[in-house]
Design a protein around this ligand. Structure first.
Ligand SMILES: Nc1ncnc2c1ncn2[C@@H]1O[C@H](COP(=O)(O)OP(=O)(O)O)[C@@H](O)[C@H]1O
Ligand SMILES: [Mg+2]
Length: 314
């Protein structure tokens, strides 16, 4: 998909109105008929920080609609793997393909790639100087404005070039699309619709500092959803929460899973992994040491390392 298509999809009135109704799923339907298609392919991924080789050859295919739970001891490289997939770290060697495109390929626009990936961190990472609504609207508005400005630039150069072209040879100007006011109005109505879905629309004008940890994390999740990502990566999304707030965040993630979202979840919540994941991976020593369906993973771990790990966390 080109950048234009992606942005058009993100901002189409059709999608905005679907969210307005408040009856629809969090994500667009249609992903399901692509199930079994590999969305992300990680091939022999290695990553070192100085002499410290953290990822020692990760191979992983993530299919549309899969919910993959990643567990493993602290420091084994779980966050580094997610950060490589989201282009926040460059692999030392190996490749990552997203919808068949090699991310290392210079032709792949990293920003366009990132729009397709929602990432949720342990520490929420909301902008504290912006209201809840502004947090959710920010990225979609910035992207739509960029597209508009790009079209303006194209038109500027085209109109100059057209001065030197014969009348029947002139290139038409690109439609600018929505006005800035329309872009903002759509992003705002979509943000309100998402907030309504999670029962937090009354917090639209509040600042993050006034919210509980659970509310912040749910808002961080819908902020990522506002970009209509194809996959959501969660890096220990409940680890920083007080125990009584873990449930509300896991419930939202469950809803997303039920809606068909493709998800990769680094978590210590074994009950959640068992219930929601379609596949569980055990990372240890920089590799995927074991993987299985949740049932087999937890009831019949094969390696002594996983048995030992589970005996400590279950
Ligand atoms: N930016 C970095 N610079 C140097 N070392 C790093 C960096 N990020 C992670 N590491 C190291 O990589 C190892 C794996 O880290 P991480 O991926 O965060 O593990 P996990 O998420 O499984 O706890 C750790 O030893 C950590 O210190
Ligand atoms: Mg980590």
């Amino acid at each position: 998909m080109t950048q234009e298509n992606n942005i058009d999809a993100a901002l189409s009135t059709e999608n905005a109105s679907a969210f307005k109704s408040g009856q629809e799923d969090f994500i667009q339907q249609g992903a399901s008929d692509k199930s079994d298609e590999v969305l992300i392919a990680v091939k022999d991924l290695k990553k070192s920080f100085g002499d410290n080789e953290v990822l020692k050859g990760i191979n992983l295919n993530i299919k549309n609609g899969e919910k993959i739970a990643v567990i493993g001891p602290s420091g084994c490289g779980k966050s580094t793997l997610l950060r490589c997939i989201n282009c926040m770290e460059d692999p030392s060697s190996g490749s990552i393909f997203f919808e068949g495109e090699d991310l290392a390929d210079m032709k792949v626009d990293i920003n366009v790639h990132r729009q397709k990936i929602g990432m949720v961190f342990q520490q929420f990472n909301l902008f504290n100087n912006l209201t809840v609504l502004q947090n959710i609207m920010l990225a979609p508005v910035v992207i739509a404005k960029k597209k508009r400005n790009k079209n303006k630039r194209i038109n500027f150069f085209r109109s100059i070039a057209n001065l030197f072209r014969k009348k029947d040879n002139r290139k038409p100007l690109v439609p600018l699309g929505k006005s800035i006011a329309e872009i903002k109005a759509e992003a705002s109505s979509r943000a309100h619709a998402l907030l309504t879905r999670i029962g937090l629309d009354d917090k639209a004008d509040a600042y993050p500092a006034t919210l509980s940890g659970g509310q912040k994390q749910r808002i961080a999740i819908v902020r990522a959803l506002a970009m209509e990502p194809k996959v959501m990566l969660f890096d220990e999304p409940t680890s920083a929460l007080d125990p009584e707030m873990v449930g509300e965040v896991l419930d939202l993630m469950k809803k997303l899973a039920d809606d068909g979202m493709t998800m990769v979840i680094v978590t210590h919540e074994m009950g959640f992994a068992r219930e929601v994941a379609t596949r569980v991976l055990f990372m240890d020593g920089g590799v995927i040491a074991e993987e299985n369906t949740p049932d087999k993973f937890f009831t019949a771990p094969a390696s002594p390392r996983l048995k030992d790990f589970l005996s400590k966390v279950l």
